[in-house]
Design a protein around this ligand. Structure first.
Ligand SMILES: Nc1ncnc2c1ncn2[C@@H]1O[C@H](COP(=O)(O)OP(=O)(O)O)[C@@H](O)[C@H]1O
Ligand SMILES: O=P(O)(O)OC[C@H]1O[C@](O)(COP(=O)(O)O)[C@@H](O)[C@@H]1O
Ligand SMILES: [Mg+2]
Length: 523
């Protein structure tokens, strides 16, 4: 790629981001260098799209300089940090980008790219000017404490930042709860604990009260850890901050225990840990089922709309006979149905294990029970308990005269797989996410989330995180691998499969397939 900043002729300039130019209320006076950021932006609902040669597209993230003119820059203090002095090319080139699509054809366009995460030579904040805050929102997820720890330690050790506040109890904590001062010492061993030391909540997102609180406290870097709902909230906070013209960087760290967040990033933190912990429940179900005649072990795992935890836990365990996920509808009665399969497997093996994701079979349950359209405080639909329902239906079916007696044990480890500390690999991953977020905010980027795209960390605009949910693609090879390992019915007719393929083609449309996790190749 040619240098973005050196080849303005390839750009399509239609900037409206830069039209927001109210003076910063807590802006910083004076500085050593003036920034030069050629604006070459195609604005699509607050997005910065840069077009290059051969179908190259950069979906860039906003920058403080887009709406605050003449911001001073400073040399990155990392250049004097002895630990990093050994790094060959420590600073990321300003025009480095990460490709979303890495399997390409000779004549295909180069496609969408994201700005590469990492430390920049110039920063937009002086160390003693930074007043950062961290908030955690939504459901728990292994690794939240690690991200908090690494933001605090990273800001302190890499950038010499001393003012870091923890906002307690999620978004409403900005205006209704206390704050806590965070130091490397106070967060030293929190990564060994599950949950979040800051507490969390659902609901309570009041944009103007939150931004008032940010402004009143003089906060200029906001780190927001949470799922799709949280990142939607972060996006509107960023818009309000931009509208007020504040020099405040907003960085999101995406969290989703079930990996349902965003088609772009490889996987979400905590997912590996959750899959590992799920093995313990599956093992228990297998032991229980195998110890009695016609034993069935049923395990319910998290996954409202995406069955990644159930799919990966099944693939990892090899003890599972049937995995049911929201993306693949199933039915109970008749030929090819679940009851028929259960009977067959019990006759063959004498026992079986079923893993069911919490969002699976919701239409079936709604048909047989009076549907309750209840929501939680954040507006998420409260699901009916598929594990209990399915256990009862199987018990009822086999209790009929003439059927074999069964012995079913239901295990619901829902909260056990998310209330634990992150495992080793998630801890390292969380560290990289935290560092990417810090480097981005220090470099003046804002309104962004961080995450690995094909293994390289990138800055991703909020709309990419919030626009679509990541789902298991049932026409991908990974789901086929699962079907082949469990030898369960697919519950789909040929027409269903054709339909699913068509839908996936529409979704795919230049995006990588969502069954790829951890940057591993799906072939
Ligand atoms: N569309 C939205 N706009 C603003 N805030 C939102 C939106 N959706 C959710 N939130 C807020 O984000 C926080 C977390 O959302 P929730 O859905 O509970 O968890 P998660 O972030 O894990 O999806 C809540 O405080 C909620 O009020
Ligand atoms: O009981 P809670 O705290 O509302 O959490 C239950 C929900 O949290 C989750 O684990 C994750 O949800 P979020 O992504 O919204 O945090 C869901 O799978 C589950 O339905
Ligand atoms: Mg959510």
């Amino acid at each position: 790629m040619g240098s973005i900043s050196n080849t303005p002729s390839i750009f399509d300039l239609r900037s409206s981001l830069s039209s927001v130019a109210a003076p910063p209320k807590n802006g910083n006076a004076g500085g050593v260098q003036r920034s030069e950021r050629p604006m070459a932006i195609d604005v699509k609902s607050n997005s910065k799209i840069v077009h290059g040669e051969a179908g190259y597209v950069l979906e860039d993230v906003p920058h403080l300089a887009d709406y605050i003119p003449d911001l001073p820059t400073y040399p990155n203090p990392l250049q004097d940090n002895p630990a990093y002095s050994v790094v060959k090319q420590y600073f990321v080139n300003t025009d480095d980008t990460v490709a979303q699509k890495i399997v390409v054809h000779k004549s295909s366009p180069r496609g969408t790219h994201f700005r590469r995460a990492g430390p920049r030579q110039k920063v937009y904040f002086e160390s003693d000017e930074v007043h950062a805050c961290i908030v955690t929102c939504g459901g728990l997820c292994p690794g939240l404490n690690t991200v908090i720890r690494e933001i605090v330690c990273g800001l302190a050790h890499m950038y010499g930042v001393t003012k870091i506040l923890g906002i307690e109890g999620g978004y409403r904590g900005f205006y209704a709860r206390n704050t806590v001062t965070l130091t490397p010492k106070s967060v030293n061993d929190i990564h060994k604990r599950g949950g979040t030391i800051l507490g969390t909540s659902r609901g309570g997102h009041d944009t103007s009260k939150i931004v008032d609180s940010i402004q009143d406290r003089g906060i200029n870097q906001v780190y927001i850890l949470g799922g799709d709902g949280t990142q939607k909230g972060a996006s509107v906070i960023f818009e309000e901050i931009q509208r007020r013209g504040l020099k405040v960087a907003v960085a999101g760290v995406p969290k989703a225990i079930d990996n349902d967040i965003c088609l772009v990033i490889d996987k979400s933190f905590g997912f590996d840990t959750a899959v590992e912990e799920a093995q313990r429940a599956i093992n228990a179900a297998h032991v229980e089922a195998g110890s009695v005649e016609n034993g069935i072990g049923m395990v319910k795992l998290m996954g409202r709309y995406s069955g990644f935890i159930a799919m990966y836990a099944t693939l990892a365990s090899r003890d599972v006979d049937c995995c049911l996920i929201p993306e693949s509808p199933f039915y109970l009665e008749g030929k090819g149905g679940l009851f028929e399969f259960v009977e067959k497997r019990l006759k063959e093996n004498g026992h079986m294990v079923i893993v069911v994701a919490e969002g699976a079979g919701q239409e079936l349950i709604a048909e047989s029970m009076r549907s309750m359209d209840h929501e939680d405080a954040s507006g998420n639909k409260l699901l009916l308990d598929v594990g209990l329902w399915l256990s009862q239906r199987i018990k009822d079916h086999f209790a009929c005269k003439g059927k074999m007696p069964i012995n079913l044990k239901y295990i619901d480890p829902t909260y056990m797989i998310r209330a634990i500390p992150a495992n080793a690999s998630d801890n390292v991953y969380c560290t990289l996410l935290a560092h990417s977020a810090i480097h981005g905010a220090m470099a003046g980027y804002t309104g962004f989330t961080v995450g690995p795209v094909n293994g390289r960390h990138a800055y991703i605009p909020f709309y990419r995180i919030t626009e679509t949910q990541n789902k298991v693609v049932i026409t991908d090879r990974m789901w086929a691998r699962l079907l082949s390992s469990t030898n369960q019915p697919s519950f789909l007719s040929l027409e269903d499969i054709e339909e699913a393929k068509k839908e996936d083609e529409l979704i795919d449309n230049g995006k990588p397939h969502s069954s790829s996790i951890g940057g591993e190749a799906i072939w």
